[in-house]
Design a protein around this ligand. Structure first.
Ligand code: SF4
Length: 726
């Protein structure tokens, strides 16, 4: 149990875990008179060994911030806000939703769950239950604008039930555009944010070879044996080139491919145009380095390849993910019978982990009204949501509940997003501060903050590199009138007289459930009951590790990987004829848009969360435009110069910082900064939203709808402060 410990200075110390990002670092929380006064890592934690990052250590400031909302807000007709008690706000919201459902049908009611609410273990299950209860399919999350191909590519190719080989046992790691030393995030088989510097050092000591593809010499790339500092957006060509080297030199795992791959010759033919010389020219990397990287990856006995945010938001994102998976498949980088799966998957239902392929499938859900896109895994694509709001007709969305997200600066195409938010009949935003999105809401619901609620580490449960469990109680009482996200939906469901069905049973009606009980019900189909997790905090369960079992069924009837299905071959054909991936945008002019803007993470910020906290604001109040010093010199840009950045779609103004770790021709900027205005007069104080540059309607990924949110073709010029104000 989480029994408070009295320490010398009179504080009680509680054990919990951080939920600023998904990494779930265990923390000791000092509390004095109900106030969180200090947070630090837990040194004796068997997995994290005391690791935390600067963001998590600011939790006391987040809890006590003078601008934190502890009362709900209602917009007045003049646009200002007034406090409103929970009962009144909920009554009015429920009445508006009932009217909208009656007039337009249930599909007119949508929800969007952003990164902030994703860390809350009950938000997604209860939101899904709410949609089921009111029969609305209009469920959207940040997942469909942030690496959605990870949720589709492996299903389309066929998924190895026993999972991919993982970082902890790998002799080689191929990291394509990710940097867990800053983001605390890697693909499921890659380096994770659980003490990443120490994990990397240990892996290097045991002989791990590291290959990084990134236009920036990132913290991770600085440790690499081979760093392909490529032009952004050319990852598909690079991976196709690596596959070509491996297949033409017969460095693949032939026995594995003979048994488990349906169409290897199709892949061999499709990557044939990607010779080292062609790829070298296209990506501006040494051909020899490409060949060496392919040979290094294939030579190891165990290893893994995975992608991160940059390539997953760049053109050809589904193809890039597919080719990364192909590298794993052709080199046989899957767990074999007897291998231990890194994570315990304790919060997931028990499923077979056999050494065989789950049949390829198309995770196709309901049809969106635009561009032939579909939902998948019960979600609709967020890149269509603004149009679903703006475009009249059957299925038009009229009400939106945003939990822990900031669409005004985060969704692709800012102008379209702002128009959509303003067009809604009802916008409810659940957030602890008045974000640019909250400022446009009809109601702002003040939520509990992480240390005021119990949780399980539901995201990391699949990514922990060991079979590790944790649980936290609330460590401080709630303030003011705040509600947990699940309570908002439960309260509305009560008023709409519908029931919320969770995997473990229906949430009780009439009597508010205990928050811990909601977690039990939300994960009622888990392989480890939540009650057992509650009793096993910060524990590695070697004895409960999942072990891969032998394949079942007749060999000739077993499913095989599809590595070269028609759409993949066709898209590789397109890539082979492009000069640059920016040609995905119709009418692209390489002379006019010679630079590429790439997304990046910052240590002190998670999307739009961070700059409001004093110790993080000291690290910077704007999302700087990092550029190579030679480019800066050519353009007459100094440190702090304002730079106008124009895509074929729109313009932003950024604050330049020369950075020698960026390759030439690249601008590296964090996303989700700025305000809900379409101009950047206050860029030095608040930053600018790079997604203003993005269009949802051109160059998007045909499977997921992912817009080109990284490797965006742009033009750059110096402007003065006066010019930037228009
Ligand atoms: S890495 Fe994420 S979970 Fe860990 S302390 Fe930082 S913000 Fe919190």
């Amino acid at each position: 149990m989480n029994v408070p410990t009295l320490v010398d200075h009179g504080a009680e110390t509680h054990l919990s875990f951080c939920r600023v990002c998904h990494a779930a670092c265990p923390i000791e929380v000092d509390v004095v008179a109900g106030e969180v006064v200090a947070v630090r890592g837990v040194k004796d934690d068997p997995l994290f060994e005391g690791y935390t990052c600067i963001k998590g250590r600011q939790l006391p400031d987040q809890m006590r911030h003078p601008d934190r909302l502890v009362r709900h807000q209602r917009r007045r007709p003049d646009g200002s806000f007034e406090p409103v008690d929970a009962r009144t706000a909920l009554d009015e919201i429920a009445a508006a939703l009932r009217r909208i459902i009656d007039e337009h049908g249930p599909r007119a009611v949508a929800t969007y769950t952003g990164t902030g609410a994703y860390q809350n273990s009950t938000t997604i299950p209860v939101t899904r239950a709410f949609h089921k209860a009111i029969r609305s399919r209009s469920l959207y999350t940040s997942l469909t604008i942030d690496q959605p191909a990870k949720a589709t590519a492996m299903f389309r190719m066929g998924m190895w039930e026993g999972g991919l080989q993982d970082f902890r046992t790998a002799d080689v790691l191929l990291a394509i555009g990710y940097n867990p030393l800053v983001s605390s995030f890697g693909p499921s088989s890659g380096l994770q944010g659980t003490n990443p510097f120490v994990e990397l050092r240990r892996a290097r000591e045991r002989g791990l070879k590291l290959i990084v593809i990134d236009p920036r010499r990132t913290e991770l790339a600085s440790f690499a044996d081979i760093h392909l500092q490529a032009r952004p957006g050319e990852d598909a060509a690079i991976l196709a080139g690596m596959l070509r080297v491996i297949l033409t030199e017969d460095r693949h795992d032939a026995p594995f491919c003979d048994t488990w791959v349906e169409d290897l010759d199709g892949l061999r033919a499709a990557v044939e145009p990607f010779t080292p010389e062609v790829v070298a020219t296209r990506a501006d990397i040494p051909a020899d380095d490409l060949v060496a990287a392919a040979r290094m990856f294939a030579a190891a006995s165990r290893g893994t390849s995975g992608t991160g945010t940059g390539p997953s938001m760049a053109p050809h994102s589904s193809l890039t993910e597919h080719l990364s998976l192909c590298l794993n498949v052709v080199c046989g980088r899957v767990n074999r019978p007897g291998d231990i799966i890194h994570s315990g998957f304790f919060l997931s239902p028990e499923t077979p982990k056999r050494a065989q392929v789950a049949p390829p499938m198309r995770p196709t859900g309901a049809a969106a009204r635009f561009r032939g896109l579909h939902g998948y895994h019960g979600e609709m694509p967020t890149t269509t949501l603004a149009e679903e709001i703006l475009e009249p007709g059957d299925g038009q969305i009229r009400a939106l509940v945003v939990s822990g997200g900031n669409p005004a600066v985060a969704w692709p195409d800012q102008a379209q997003t702002l128009a959509a938010l303003d067009d809604l009949e009802l916008l409810v935003v659940v957030d602890h501060r008045m974000t640019p999105t909250a400022e446009r809401a009809h109601y702002v619901i003040a939520p509990t903050l992480s240390l005021e609620r119990p949780d399980v580490p539901h995201l990391m449960d699949r990514w922990f590199p060991m079979p590790y469990t944790n649980y936290t109680d609330a460590v401080v009482p709630r303030r003011g009138d705040v509600l947990a996200e699940w309570e908002l939906f439960w309260e509305i469901a009560e008023r709409l007289e519908v029931e919320l069905e969770l995997p473990g049973g229906t949430l009780p009606r009439g009597v508010r459930p205990d928050p811990g009980d909601v977690i039990d019900l939300a994960y009622g189909d888990a392989r480890m009951p939540v009650s057992e997790m509650r009793a096993n905090r910060r524990v590695i369960h070697e004895e409960r590790a999942l072990r891969v079992t032998e394949a079942e069924g007749d060999a000739e009837d077993r499913a095989r990987f599809l590595v070269a299905y028609d759409e993949i071959v066709a898209e590789l054909g397109v890539v082979a004829t492009e000069r640059t991936s920016a040609e995905r945008l119709s009418g692209f002019d390489p002379e006019q848009f010679p630079f590429r803007l790439t997304s990046r993470r910052l240590k002190a910020v998670l999307n739009s969360l961070g700059p409001e906290l004093p110790n993080l604001a000291r690290k910077g109040t704007t999302n700087k435009a990092y550029m190579n010093p030679l480019d800066c010199a050519e353009l007459g840009l100094d440190d702090g110069s304002l730079v106008e950045i124009s895509s074929p779609h729109a313009t932003i103004v950024g604050v330049c910082e020369p950075a020698g770790d960026i390759r030439r021709g690249v601008i590296s900027m964090a996303h989700s900064w700025g305000t809900g205005s379409l101009t950047d007069e206050r860029v030095r104080a608040v930053g600018t939203p790079t997604n203003r540059l993005v269009t949802t309607k051109d160059g998007f990924d045909a499977v997921t709808g992912q817009a080109i949110q990284s490797a965006i073709p742009v033009a750059v010029r110096r402007v003065t402060d006066d010019e930037s104000r228009g």
